[in-house]
Structure formats: C-alpha cells, structure tokens
Design a protein around this ligand. Structure first.
Ligand SMILES: NC(=O)c1ccc[n+]([C@@H]2O[C@H](COP(=O)([O-])OP(=O)(O)OC[C@H]3O[C@@H](n4cnc5c(N)ncnc54)[C@H](O)[C@@H]3O)[C@@H](O)[C@H]2O)c1
Length: 252
C-alpha cells in the first residue's frame, strides 16, 4: 500500500460518545453540534438547560442528551459520567468548554479566585478524572481543553484568576497528553482569541478592523478545530496548544 493510500480518510466520529461541558450555549454548543453532526453521540454537561442545543441536534437527526450540573462538583460530574456510559456507551471524547470569566485584578477577592479556578480548572480535572481510566483501559481517548489567548497574554477583558486558570489548563493538558500517549489517550488544548458569545457580550471588544482577520471569531470557528483534534486525522497530535484567533497574535 502506498503512503498516500495509508493516510486515514476517516473524519467521521461515528461510534464515538462525547461529553461536552459548557454545551448549553456559545463555543460549547457549537462544539456539541459539530461533534453530533459528525456522528458522535453527545452528552452536554452544563449549569444551564441545554434545551436549545438538544433541539438543534435533534433537528439534524443527531443524538444529544443533557445533564444539568455544576462542573466544579466532583461527585456530580462522576455520577453524570457513569450515567452517560449507561445511556450512550463508553466515552471516548471529552471537551472541557465550561467556563466563567469575571473581570478584576489579582486583589479582587479570594472567593472569586476560588470560584473561577473551581469552574475553569477543577471542572476540567473532574471530567478527565471521570473518563480517563475507561479511555486508557480501552486504548481510545480524545480530550480537548478550551483554554484562551489569556493564558499567554494575561487577559485584558478577563481577570487575573481567569488568566491563571487558562494557563493551568495548558499545563494540565500537557500532563495528560504525556501520560496518556502510551494508553491511546490524546489530550490537546485550543486557545481561542476573542469569540463573540454571551460571555463577553457586555464587554468592550476590539475594533474588527484592527484585527488581522478583520473580524472577531465565531463559536463555529472554534468547533471545527476541536472536531479535527477529536478525529482520527489527529491521531498523532497530542499535547498541542492550538491558537484559534484569526492571526490575532497580540491584542491590542
Ligand atoms: N468567548 C471568548 O472570547 C473566549 C475566548 C477564549 C476562551 N473562551 C473559553 O471558551 C469557553 C466557552 O466560553 P463561551 O465564550 O462560549 O462562554 P459562554 O458563557 O457563552 O458559555 C459558557 C458555558 O459554560 C457554562 N458554565 C459556566 N459555569 C458552569 C458550571 N459551574 N458548571 C457547568 N457549566 C457551567 C455556562 O452555563 C455556559 O453554557 C470558556 O471556557 C471560555 O473561557 C472564550
């Protein structure tokens, strides 16, 4: 067989079961719908009702179920993970997109610090802890953590705790990638630039004309790369932090 023929052409996620946190809206919803569109059976974990995402998936004939929970609650995540396996089958894909983004400096209070770390970082950890053992046992896991440009740039719109949580996600992802590689578990990180969602709707945003792509990002701009990283096409990619920012290397 020639090298050309040996390249996998399988971009389908048929047969996979995915958990997407934060899938009730924004980037997580776009990811959930993209994975479902590619054939995965998708479980959405969100503090909000995922009714709209589930309805959108159903209109595409896709399988998508919702679990309303607080991602920072370890027991809730563990319990829901077990329910997903019973309802949909063994989980092979996890996308951690749930997040909160308050503004504020490093002295904005320890309660806010702990809450943001609990949701953005602990939440991803709880998802991985719930799903990693099964993935490693079966030799098939694809994990994507949604970090942010703020991990590297310090966060202009976002607070100190947000930037710290997003930086820690990169380190967590690299650790999981390094240790999971021998067990068939890949873990990658995507770091979006400014994407227009409810999260930042109330905040001043850069003038699109000042950005290399002359536009802000959309949730769909992030969903495509995430689906690629979850696919067989990315079989030898792990531990990568992929910027998704339209060339917006430095903002402002
Ligand atoms: N929008 C951007 O510009 C941008 C840029 C870089 C990274 N991100 C990251 O992308 C991810 C998605 O953000 P978005 O812009 O779609 O925001 P969003 O606010 O539209 O969506 C976030 C989702 O996370 C859910 N969530 C929040 N706290 C939760 C909790 N405790 N338990 C369960 N679910 C919870 C929300 O209910 C919501 O559905 C976040 O991790 C965010 O930090 C966003």
């Amino acid at each position: 067989m020639s090298a050309r023929m040996a390249v996998s052409r399988n971009v389908s996620l048929q047969g996979h079961v995915a958990i997407v946190s934060g899938g009730a809206r924004g980037i997580g919803a776009a990811v959930a719908l993209e994975l479902a569109r590619q054939g995965a059976r998708v479980a959405v974990f969100d503090a909000l009702s995922a009714g709209q995402t589930l309805a959108d998936a159903a209109s595409q004939g896709a399988v998508c179920k919702g679990w309303q929970l607080d991602i920072s609650d370890e027991q809730a995540v563990e319990g829901a993970g077990a329910e997903v396996e019973s309802a949909l089958g063994p989980v092979s894909i996890v996308v951690a997109a749930a997040g909160v983004m308050p503004s504020g400096a490093v002295d904005s209070g320890i309660a806010q610090w702990r809450r943001v770390l609990a949701v953005n970082l602990d939440g991803a950890r709880h998802l991985i802890a719930a799903c990693y053992p099964g993935m490693a046992e079966r030799g098939d896991g694809r994990i994507v953590l949604v970090s942010s440009v703020a991990a590297r740039q310090g966060g202009l719109l976002a607070g100190a705790e947000y930037s710290a949580s997003k930086g820690a996600l990169v380190s967590l992802g690299r650790h999981v990638a390094r240790n999971g590689a021998a067990h068939g578990v890949r873990c990658n990180i995507v770091s979006p630039g400014v994407i227009e969602t409810d999260m930042n709707a109330h905040l001043p945003k850069p003038d699109p004309q000042t950005l290399p792509a002359r536009r802000l990002g959309t949730p769909q701009d992030v969903a495509g790369p995430v689906a690629f990283l979850c696919s067989d096409r990315a079989n030898y990619i792990t531990g990568v932090e992929m910027p998704v920012n339209g060339g917006q290397l430095f903002y402002p």
